[in-house]
Design a protein around this ligand. Structure first.
Ligand code: PGA
Length: 253
């Protein structure tokens, strides 16, 4: 059974003190995270260790990296490898966020390598896909996302792909306050599941969590998450406000 997931993406926000306070407010609130659910905090690299300590093995809550390098080790100054993440017990890593694709020119091929690196160390990649506005305006989003999935994930076998979490994040909805409607989200999520089913079969596709990302907040989480193919969200801005993120966690199926 696929998991329902609320993933916070702090991006390049919060000092250590602010992050510690935010995390404390959330984990010490009345949120209940059931076994069919996961709550994940993608924090900046310097806080991975302390955030993990703060969670202290709380049931179904995990810390995630926001990125990793596509090579195993070597002369890549400033970069972080998957081996390093595994060595500090990190179990999730965001791969291919649209900001990485855009500002750091990450290609589908490089992202395929990052996915492989993560999986080789037992780290779950949260693989992001999604179209820019110009593609959506020309109704090209289905093909665009299918190519992203194909080029970064379709080298995997049916068993391994089930270890990947997919996040659909239409670029025009990220940080813009402009959310895809629940119907638009469902339409794309069901397309993604159909693309996965075509490649890996229906059973495999049904086991893969597909999160929606793009201006999710407390007030719209219920409607979006209630769609049959939406398995939770990857949340930026609203994950920086404890009360908002708590409401989002509570909206999980
Ligand atoms: P947002 O960001 O919730 O601020 O739109 C989502 C994301 O980029 O993961």
């Amino acid at each position: 059974m696929r998991k329902q997931i609320a993933a916070a993406n702090w991006k390049m926000n919060n000092t250590q003190e602010e992050g510690t306070k935010l995390l404390n407010e959330i984990i010490n609130s009345d949120v209940q995270v059931n076994d069919n659910q996961r709550v994940i905090f993608a924090v900046p690299f310097p806080y991975l260790v302390s955030a993990n300590q703060q969670l202290n093995n709380r049931a179904n809550m995990f810390v995630s990296a926001q990125n990793c390098h596509n090579k195993t080790a070597g002369a890549y100054t400033g970069e972080v490898s998957v081996d390093m993440l595994a060595s500090i017990n990190i179990q999730y890593c965001v791969v291919g966020h649209s900001e990485r694709r855009e500002y750091f020119s990450e290609s589908n091929q490089q992202l395929a390598e990052k996915v492989d690196r993560c999986l080789s160390k037992g780290i779950t990649p949260i693989f992001c896909c999604g179209e820019p506005l110009t593609i959506r305006e020309n109704d090209g989003q289905n093909d665009y996302v299918a190519v992203q999935l194909n080029e970064s994930l379709f080298h995997l076998d049916g068993e391994t792909i089930q270890k990947v979490v997919i996040a659909y994040e239409p670029i025009w909805a990220i940080g813009t306050g402009k959310t895809a409607t629940a119907a638009q989200a469902q339409e794309m999520h069901s397309h993604i599941r159909a693309v996965l089913a075509n490649q890996f079969g229906d059973t495999v596709a049904a086991n893969i969590s597909i999160l929606y990302g793009g201006s999710v907040k407390g007030a719209n989480a219920n409607e979006i998450f209630s769609q049959p193919d939406v398995d939770g969200g990857l949340v930026g801005g609203a994950s920086l406000i404890a009360t908002e993120f708590i409401q989002i966690i509570k909206a999980l199926k």
